[in-house]
Design a protein around this ligand. Structure first.
Ligand code: DX5
Ligand code: ZN
Length: 220
């Protein structure tokens, strides 16, 4: 069974043809949509907000994996639930009361994710890992698509995998940033469950085949 998940990031889609690109993902072998919300404060870039997510939600036929790169995400948990988010991921670095935030996400019926910037140590999750449905390891500095993969990510994946196993948690490990066919297999081999891919999918000539091949590689 194909248990490893491919989540194309719409940040790299053609925003003037968003419906077309959403339909492509609907038809593809990818299991999730990855949606990047940036506020220009937590990260030095602004992506898109609620009206665009509402439009995406209307056409997307697969779970929406929403990645919030915003300060004080607690303010918008209910809004993102109402917009159809399946997973809601907040940044560890943006949450003062992470435990409370995760409970609030779950209370709205969503899966709770925590993203870690490349410099944030895995050990910081020691006392919270059992409350997290998904850890998103940033393999680039958040804010932009198309950056190169940070090699230290492999080490972080194995550390996180050890922590999850040691604590008997059921947390999924997601990798976000610079994912290509060059690192996909190794990421899965060290413990990743979900691969986010933006530029690699949307800038390729045959997007359906790129997704298909990436998924095959991840599940080989
Ligand atoms: C970066 C975003 C990523 C981005 C990945 O801040 O969180 O999801 O869209 O894009 P690529 O795959 O192009 O690195
Ligand atoms: Zn992302």
């Amino acid at each position: 069974m194909d248990s490893k998940i491919i989540a194309p990031s719409l940040l790299a889609a053609d925003f003037a043809n968003l419906q077309r690109d959403i339909e492509m993902v609907n038809q593809s072998e990818a299991q999730w949509f990855h949606i990047d919300i940036m506020d220009g404060v937590f990260v030095p870039n602004i992506s898109f907000g609620m009206p665009v997510l509402q439009a995406i939600s209307k056409h997307a036929k697969k779970p929406l994996d929403v990645h919030l790169m915003i300060v004080d995400p607690d303010r918008y948990i209910k809004t993102f639930a109402d917009l159809g988010s399946t997973n809601l991921t907040v940044h560890f670095e943006a949450c003062t009361h992470l435990h409370r935030t995760l409970q609030a996400i779950k209370a709205e019926g969503m899966k709770a994710g925590v993203a870690l910037n490349p410099h944030t140590n895995i050990n910081l999750l020691e006392d919270i890992i059992n409350d997290i449905d998904l850890v998103c390891l940033m393999s680039v500095n958040p804010g932009f698509g198309g950056q190169s993969f940070i090699e230290n990510t492999y080490h972080k994946v194995s550390q996180l995998k050890d922590l999850i196993d040691r604590k008997g948690a059921k947390t999924l490990i997601e990798i976000d940033g610079g994912v290509t066919n060059q690192n996909a297999k190794e990421l899965i081999d060290v413990g990743a469950d979900v691969l986010v891919a933006g530029s690699y999918v949307f800038k390729s000539d045959n997007q359906l085949n790129t997704i298909k091949d990436l998924k095959k590689l991840a599940n080989s």
